[in-house]
Design a protein around this ligand. Sequence first.
Ligand code: HEC
Length: 275
Amino acid sequence: MQRQGLGPRAEGIENDMRKLNKLAACGAMAATLVLSGCRQDMHDQPKFFPQRGTDFYADGRSVRPQVENTVARGQLHEDAYFYTGLVNGKEGDGLPFPVTMAVLERGQERYNVYCTPCHSRVGNGIGMIVQRGYMKAGSFHSARLETAPLGHFFHVITNGYGAMPDYASQITPEDRWAIVAYIRALQLSQKATEADVPAGQKVESLASIAKKQGLPESDAEEWKLPPTAVTGTPDGGLYVLPTPGASGTTSGAAAPSRAGSTTPSGTPGQTVPKQ
Ligand code: HEC
């Protein structure tokens, strides 16, 4: 095809390009030949295959053990308290960062997601799963837990506690601390006096809040486990439901109450067979 509008200069450039293309093709071919030679060498060179033994090292392992105290990127965890809640192996008291309203709100939100199924929104340990048979979770309003150091709650969330599984993989350390802060607020909320609130504000009783919201009077009383709440023991024996308020149980006498009158009451101390 006759090209139009191309001057002698443009045609010259086109010729040059053709030559260059030829050169590049030759180069590529040469490189392929050279590299395939190299590949063979590299293929045959001495090397370790993963998980295969070797006589190069005295211990016969080709996979070398990690150098002691190796720290993976992003896992330095310099602030030990932030990650463990422990000070010299003991549960510390205090939050590793300042408590703001945003922290408490985040804690409330995470608490409602992860803890309420067993501990309930008010923290009395009679959440929905417990009402349906899971072991009664401790009430946060027992004298022991009201005075427990904050590190204890962090430690329990991180490592689990008795029948409670740990939540280390679901909840980040920062969120765990936010939950801890919220639990302390929840505990204080049940014992607030006029002295704790700004002048002029009134502390309202649960009974009066329940009344205002049109809830039954029993809403402000101690929650009772329904008779359907049965739980087994590891040895297959009988399980005695703890009597609320009895010594040795964690169902604090001051536990807030929200059970509606529709909730059937369990008989405290009843013996139920393992299901
Ligand atoms: C699947 C149910 C379940 C969930 C979810 C759960 N817990 Fe528990 N928790 C329990 C049970 C059961 C116990 C009592 C364990 C025991 O005494 O063996 C308990 C006990 C506790 C205790 C008391 C420890 C003590 O010293 O007596 C704390 C604190 C606690 N849980 C915090 C939490 C927090 C915070 C969350 C949410 C991140 C949470 N739990 C989620 C079941 C649960």
